[in-house]
Design a protein around this ligand. Structure first.
Ligand code: SF4
Length: 336
């Protein structure tokens, strides 16, 4: 049995070249994803989540982006060393991506079926009949109730949830092993969001699909993830199994993110009869720094309630603090 991860990223560094200097939206990022596993990548906007995801697919425009260091291995393929032609062969066939807003990703002048068929024909030389079968099979996999009808529909004829299912069908058409989903449920109402998450869970369980799921919604994380990676200012600051993350978050940023989720009893207000107290919702002071102004040392130090003198000088590295758990924080360093 081969236990090596499906995807292994080591010390990934992505730079944006400017006239003055290189800026690093992704810095020293290392992680892995196993077969059939869903890993959620979480953080505020501007933390580097989408740049990380796009770099795995070789989809960052160059210039201004370039790979400044590190390695990306998908199975035994060195993605970081591939030409754009070689990457085209991997994209869609072995790794696929779905985005937040399907209306901008789908072409309004082609039917859903034509767009899925195009994705299939980009990688296989099937007859029109075989391509049609693959197209309908992909729509069925995405649990679209009447595949023939939806294959003949244009994107504007579908609801938001059905459009997202069409995007998933397109991504699954060539049966990739890794699906990268960049906030795919953010634009959907909660019940449609729930259906899409259930669909992804079942694809993972039944087909062994691996998922890198980008979100800032902790409810989504709880519903779909096996492991969680927290990102801040281009760096991973905590990697943890999902149960452990919710019961015992370690990094001060993880704790602050969890504290800023509204709790039912804190929004239900003061009840004169029961003396329940209405609590003010916690927020994280300040903002995610811009790439030009990432602080020295720990990038979170100017927002951290636990900051110490060394935090503004030394950058903490991700280190193991337990089984499958890694944290980048001086609070957990032995030479404190
Ligand atoms: Fe806070 Fe220091 Fe840990 Fe950074 S290293 S999260 S500033 S305690």
């Amino acid at each position: 049995m081969n236990d090596s991860p499906l995807l292994r990223v080591t010390s990934l560094k992505i730079a944006i070249r400017t006239r003055e200097k290189d800026l690093f939206p992704v810095n020293s990022v290392s992680f892995h994803i196993n077969k059939g596993e869903c890993v959620c990548l979480v953080g505020e906007s501007g933390c580097g989540k989408s740049v990380t995801a796009l770099s795995l697919m070789g989809l960052l425009p160059s210039p201004p982006f370039h790979l400044a260091g590190g390695e990306i291995f998908f199975k035994d393929l060195a993605i970081h060393a591939m030409s754009s032609l070689e990457l085209q062969d991997i994209r869609g066939r072995h790794m696929a991506m779905i985005f937040q807003e399907p209306m901008t990703a789908l072409n309004p002048v082609f039917t859903i079926g034509e767009q899925i068929a195009e994705a299939v024909n980009a990688h296989f030389s099937f007859s029109p009949e075989e391509t049609r079968k693959k197209t309908l099979a992909a729509l069925e996999m995405a649990e679209m109730p009447d595949p023939g009808l939806y294959a003949a529909s244009y994107p504007h004829q579908l609801s938001g949830g059905m459009r997202q299912r069409a995007m998933i069908a397109m991504a699954l058409a060539c049966t990739p092993s890794l699906l990268i989903a960049d906030e795919p449920t953010t634009a959907l109402d909660v019940s449609t969001q729930d259906q899409i998450l259930q669909l992804m869970n079942s694809l993972r369980e039944k087909n062994g699909l691996s998922l890198l799921f980008i979100t800032h919604n902790m409810g989504v994380v709880a519903q779909i993830a096996q492991r969680v990676m927290i990102m801040y200012a281009g760096r991973l600051v905590e990697i943890s199994p999902v149960e452990e993350f919710f019961t015992k978050p370690r990094h001060p940023y993880s704790k602050a993110l969890l504290d800023s989720i509204p709790k039912y009893d804190s929004i239900s207000g003061q009840d004169e009869n029961t003396n329940n107290r209405k609590e003010r919702l916690s927020t994280i002071p300040g903002n995610v720094p811009s790439l030009e102004a990432i602080p020295s040392g720990c990038p979170f130090h100017d927002r951290c309630p636990n900051a110490m003198a060394r935090c503004s000088i030394e950058t903490p590295l991700l280190m193991e603090t337990g089984r499958d758990t890694e944290v980048a924080c001086h609070l957990y360093s032995s030479c404190r």
